[in-house]
Structure formats: structure tokens, C-alpha cells
Write a protein that binds this ligand. Structure first.
Ligand code: SF4
Ligand code: SF4
Length: 340
């Protein structure tokens, strides 16, 4: 079994312990306490962090050394049997999201867009933005990164290589394609950050949706009709695994005339949408996160609330709309600026 890649010596020498000191859900009396808890985790001992963690992924971004603190935290939760959600819920999810074997060979041509477990969003792949694109989706190509929220690294190790094999043998290999556009941050995070941390081989080149859209907008720049609107962005947990793409999103917004209004809970201080604690049956915590996000958005005077994660949009979309903001996915906002 591949162990999570991390260097304990880096943590021993670490002077900031950013992974825990920047955590928005746990607090510590100071660096000494945070470091003591981190070293317990590294040594395989119990720590209150393993019990109190919201599984927001953010410490993966906070560590300045790329030392995989969150992947290791989940590893220890599973080893010690510390489950973030009731066991029956996890069992049900494991069954529901397992590969159903409903996959058939398909000849694809670039650009190929991976819609993961969101077949209902296939309609987003349309118009000039995605001209000529091939699409696939379903549980057999589900990225499986969600198990980080349920202390199940073992399931990631078992299912991710199987799912990568499916992508290659059912779609990419015979079609001679080796680039895959990931509609969801979760997939891109799986094929880049997670694969590296878990030692899983990825035989194709993953392309983040923002990189694809940004390049495509340059090709069809004459079609852009600037929106001249103020928007707020709900940054998802999975973007913590590819923070470099957040500045690409800024470029997209600039090109389509969308002003990303500064808000307290954006960028490094983005707050969970509430979906994960809801799935963990922590409804009070979920309600308070929804309320904090909405109140924060309302201070900006924005017209749109832009999502990149369909799960965040499902969690917050209705509430956002009830408060007068239009919920919309990044790709749909861009389509609007293209008059489509
Ligand atoms: S995981 Fe990173 S930030 Fe945390 S203690 Fe180790 S080196 Fe420092
Ligand atoms: S995953 Fe989020 S809640 Fe958990 S320790 Fe890391 S930053 Fe804190």
C-alpha cells in the first residue's frame, strides 16, 4: 500500500504550523499547542484535531511546504476509527457512489470533458465555448475524492486506480486522446494533488476547467459582450487542492466584465458552504455556515453568486436566490457573456 507522502522532519522544524494555525474551525492557545497536536497526528497518536476537523481540505493549501497535512489527517482518522459521520451514513454513501458497471466504449475527440458523477449537468457543455466537445459521466468514472470527507482513504486507494483504468480503456486510449478537461475541481484535484500525495499514476494530462475556459475566451474574444456586473464567488473546498487556478478565474472574470467583489469568506479564508457538515448530520453547524456565507455575500451588493462546485450550488443556491442573488455556475456565467 502506498503511504501518504509527507516528511515528518519538515513539521518538527516548522515555525508557523500554518496547517492548524490558519484553520477556521479549530482554535489553539498558540503555536505550541498546534504543533503538539500536529506531531501527535504525525506519530499516529490520537489528537483532538482528528475529532473536530470539518474536513474542509484547507490545510492542504495552508501548508507552505506541500506536506499533505489533510491527506495524512484522514489517514489517521481511518487508522484510529474516528469517523466524521455516523457509520450507517458512510455505508450508504459507499454503496450509492460505487461503480455501477454502466459504461460503454465511446470514441471521443478533443476537447473531452469529464463530468464525473454529474450527468445532469451535461447540458452545460454547449455553444462556442465547448464547440465540438465530447463528454462522459457516471459512477464508473466518479473521481472518488469525496471519501476524504468520510475517513476512507482505503476506498480512494481501491477505487481511484480502477476509475482511471475505465477512463483510459473506455474513452481515451482507442481515441488517441491524452488530455482531459475536468468540469469539477474535485476531479482535477484527484488527478493532480491527490494522485501525487497517494502515489497513484495518472496516464493522461488533466486540464482544469478554468484553464480551458480562459484559453478558449482568447480564441473567441470577438464574441464577448462584457457583463459589467458585480459578483461574489463561493470558492469550494476542492479548489484548495489547486489554488493556482483561483487566479486563472480572476482572469476569466476580467475578460467577461464580472467584478469579483471582495468578501470576508473568499480566497484563503473561504468558508465551507455547509454541505459537508450537513452530510455528516451536523445540522446546527451547517446552518451556521450557510448563514455566515449569505450574510457575508449580502454586504457586497453583488448581483450574481457564482459557483464552480455543483454540490456547493445545490447546498446554497436556493438560499442565495431567496436573498436576491442569482446563483450560477462559472461556465454558465461565461456563456451569458457570450450571448448564449
Ligand atoms: S504540515 Fe506543513 S504547515 Fe503543518 S506543521 Fe507540517 S510543515 Fe508546518
Ligand atoms: S481540513 Fe479544514 S477543518 Fe480540518 S484541520 Fe484542515 S483546515 Fe482545519
Amino acid at each position: 500500500m502506498n503511504r501518504i507522502k509527507f516528511n515528518p522532519d519538515l513539521c518538527v522544524a516548522c515555525e508557523t504550523v500554518d496547517c492548524l494555525m490558519k484553520c477556521q474551525y479549530l482554535s489553539f492557545t498558540g503555536i505550541e499547542e498546534a504543533k503538539a497536536e500536529k506531531l501527535k497526528i504525525n506519530e499516529g497518536k490520537d489528537s483532538r484535531v482528528l475529532h473536530e476537523c470539518l474536513t474542509c481540505y484547507a490545510c492542504q493549501e495552508y501548508c507552505p511546504y506541500g506536506n499533505n497535512p489533510f491527506f495524512l489527517l484522514v489517514e489517521r482518522q481511518e487508522e484510529l476509527g474516528i469517523l466524521p459521520a455516523p457509520s450507517p451514513i458512510i455505508k450508504e454513501q459507499l454503496k450509492m457512489m460505487d461503480a455501477k458497471g454502466k459504461i460503454t466504449k465511446q470514441t471521443v475527440h478533443a476537447p473531452v470533458v469529464d463530468m464525473c458523477a454529474f450527468p445532469m449537468l451535461t447540458g452545460c457543455i454547449r455553444g462556442k465555448l465547448f464547440e465540438g466537445a465530447s463528454v462522459f459521466s457516471g459512477t464508473d468514472v466518479f473521481c472518488n475524492i469525496m471519501w476524504l470527507h468520510f475517513a476512507k482513504n482505503s476506498v480512494i486507494r481501491e477505487r481511484v486506480p480502477r476509475m482511471i483504468d475505465n477512463i483510459m480503456s473506455y474513452f481515451l486510449t482507442d481515441s488517441g486522446v491524452n488530455e482531459l478537461i475536468c468540469f469539477h475541481d474535485e476531479c482535477y484535484g484527484t488527478y493532480t494533488s491527490l494522485a501525487k500525495g497517494f502515489g497513484i499514476q495518472v496516464p493522461f494530462t488533466p486540464i482544469h476547467l478554468f484553464d480551458y475556459i480562459n484559453r478558449r475566451l482568447d480564441e473567441i474574444a470577438d464574441r464577448i459582450k462584457p457583463l459589467n456586473v458585480k459578483i461574489v464567488y463561493q470558492r469550494p473546498c476542492s479548489n484548495r487542492l489547486c489554488p493556482q487556478t483561483d487566479t486563472v478565474l480572476d482572469e476569466i472574470f476580467k475578460k467577461i466584465g464580472a467584478e469579483r467583489a471582495p468578501r470576508k469568506y473568499d480566497r484563503q479564508t473561504a468558508l465551507c458552504c455547509g454541505g459537508v457538515p450537513r452530510a455528516h448530520q451536523q445540522d446546527d453547524l451547517a446552518d451556521s455556515l450557510v448563514e455566515k456565507n449569505i450574510n457575508d455575500m449580502l454586504t457586497t451588493g453583488a448581483t450574481y453568486c457564482v459557483f464552480n462546485c455543483p454540490f456547493c450550488m445545490a447546498t446554497l443556491g436556493e438560499e442565495v436566490a431567496q436573498h436576491g442573488l442569482m446563483p450560477i455556475l462559472v461556465s454558465d456565467l461565461v456563456q451569458t457573456a457570450l450571448g448564449e
